[in-house]
Design a binder for this molecule. Sequence first.
Ligand code: SAJ
Length: 434
Amino acid sequence: MKSENKPQVCVVGLGYIGLPTAAIIARSGSRVQGVDVTQSVVDTINRGEIHIEEVDLDGLVQGVVSRGLLSASLSVEAADVFVIAVPTPFDKDHQPDISYVLAAARSIAPVLKTGDCVILESTSPVGTTEAIRDLIAELRPDLKVPGLTTQTPDLSIAYCPERVLPGRILEELTNNDRSIGGITPRCARKAIAFYKLFVRGQCIPTDARSAEMTKLVENAYRDVNIAFANELSIVADRMGLDVWEVIRLANRHPRVNILQPGPGVGGHCIAVDPWFIVASAPEETPLIRTARGVNDGKIRHVIAKADALIAAHPGAKIAALGLAFKANIDDFRESPARLVAATLARTYGERIQIVEPYASTLPREFEGTGATQIDLDTALEDCDILLVLVDHDIFRHVPLAERAGKIVYDTRGIWPDQPKPDQQAGSVKLQVVG
Ligand code: SAJ
């Protein structure tokens, strides 16, 4: 049943962005068809269940599926608005791969009709929305496409990137401002009218290429700033300074806001998107490229430093705290914590014990290493070295009394009250060069 005056919507790609987006559009009263290439994903959603973890998403999906507003399938059917939210990975040379986006556009093309709106949400190199337009023009010569006709076009095509934070997706999908980049101003207006149905934040019109670049710039900005913090942490190690204290003090300056160092940058966005800018302008991006190198180098620095600490304490049992790519989520994609823990597990085997409350089992790369998963209480009782890799709240809240006698390497700065290594009985002063 089509809801009155609401567009019928098709969302292609039901992952971390596509599924919450489809569910929120459905909640606003539109009938939504979700499309995914994986049968098990389609079946799970049609049962009213979810295949990813995200705060409050389970109840929302269950509700809209049971009301008949959201259903999933393997193939695209006719709709009024098409939203593409498929992955855009990069290859081993850091060149973006837009083949999933083009495949999605190809699947939509046969059912397009006059008046439809096609929106790309996937993070994409500049020019991708135009590439979709060109593909549709080629596949559907009967339709007048925007930017390639002097007459009123039959379709609207726009780029509207998401900018939601995993763990806060539903809230941010609704409340964040959006850049809405039309192939033409008319396309942008049409897309804005659609987003206004479910977005409370401002919808700001622009052109498609500027919107594509804006999305990349947002994540590159964060990557560069985290790189600065990570570089400082390596310098502070060399100089025997507490980087957290230095950053805390520097941030008292009214115009300084240094981000937090960590074991490196993970997830599927910030470690990937800057490369899309580098690929488009390799000669003009030394800073963005270097930031990527610094953040990846921080992972190696942490591995070397942890390795030196463990080697200096033969027989000590080590608890690696966390595998997720950031705090309080169960997302282990491109996670520096996971890489650090797995590397140490391969060297130190059963001496390495993993605490990850958000994982029911250890990822595949731990198989055969001898490393085991334990709970936090056991780690605090049994382990001599605590290696903090993720700032989950459950770790942050461990009181000093339960870790005072431990040797701690805190890559996230969650325990500022922990005695410094050279104040700890039996510990060594580390001499690791980044
Ligand atoms: N990190 C640090 N230090 C910090 C902040 C983050 O080391 O001070 C690390 C995290 O531990 C994690 C990585 O950076 O490993 C990325 O985490 P994040 O919370 O900065 O970002 P994501 O990847 O969860 O989501 C980002 C967001 N982009 C920006 O904040 C500019 C989000 O708004 C985007 O929608 C998302 O990428 C995306 O989908 O592109």
